[in-house]
Write a protein of this length. Structure first.
Length: 201
């Protein structure tokens, strides 16, 4: 559970004195967002962070496609009805509300994070939104509900024009940092290849 990557890619045009409501509006206005990700997980008692990288696509109507390329191939697809994970072309692991209600609830909260859905966030997190000046912002979330409160101490998102970093601080003292770069908004619709990938899962 704790080893699964938690993925969030939020977008906002540059503004001064930006608010959480403005973030929510702008995040939901982007139909498709693509980006490169680099993840570093620092685990106590390990001398070096565990690193991975790859590409991701967030489509407002279809969901999230996370494709890790190194150090091993892993595909993660998340939408409103299921979560599918495939590691090194092995048999897919499928999670739904029927076979794992708690995990499904967890995934539903992730979708709310992608959209900065204030109503859902306020129900499940203590929120600290800070406008940092020059268009920069941070969104600190302290989980209040299960299962998030059993896993994470805090989740901190920060960025400017785009979301740039996510810090995941878990209850055992491990830290995961995800950095996003090479953001692409065009084409505004899924390509044929991307559509086929979503359909395949």
């Amino acid at each position: 559970m704790k080893a699964w990557p938690l993925l969030f890619l939020l977008i906002s045009p540059w503004v001064n004195a930006i608010t959480l409501d403005e973030l929510q509006q702008r995040f939901t206005e982007q139909p498709v967002v693509r980006a490169h990700f680099a993840q570093a997980r620092t685990i106590k008692d390990l001398p070096q962070p565990l690193r991975s990288q790859g590409e991701m696509v967030i489509a407002r109507d279809q969901g999230l496609l996370w494709q890790q390329q190194t150090p091993f191939a892993m595909t993660l697809m998340l939408n409103d009805s299921r979560m599918v994970q495939i590691i090194n072309n092995q048999q897919p692991q499928v999670i739904t509300a029927q076979n794992n209600p708690q995990m499904f609830q967890f995934n539903h909260l992730l979708r709310a994070l992608f959209q900065a859905d204030r109503q859902v966030l306020e129900k499940n997190f203590r929120i600290d939104f800070q406008e940092q000046g020059e268009g920069r912002w941070t969104l600190s979330l302290t989980p209040l509900t299960t299962p998030l409160d059993r896993i994470f101490a805090t989740i901190v998102l920060s960025g400017q024009t785009y979301l740039e970093t996510i810090h995941l601080n878990d209850k055992q003292g491990d830290v995961t940092e995800i950095t996003f770069s090479q953001h692409r908004l065009l084409p505004a619709a899924l390509t044929d290849e991307e559509r086929q990938r979503f359909a395949a899962y």
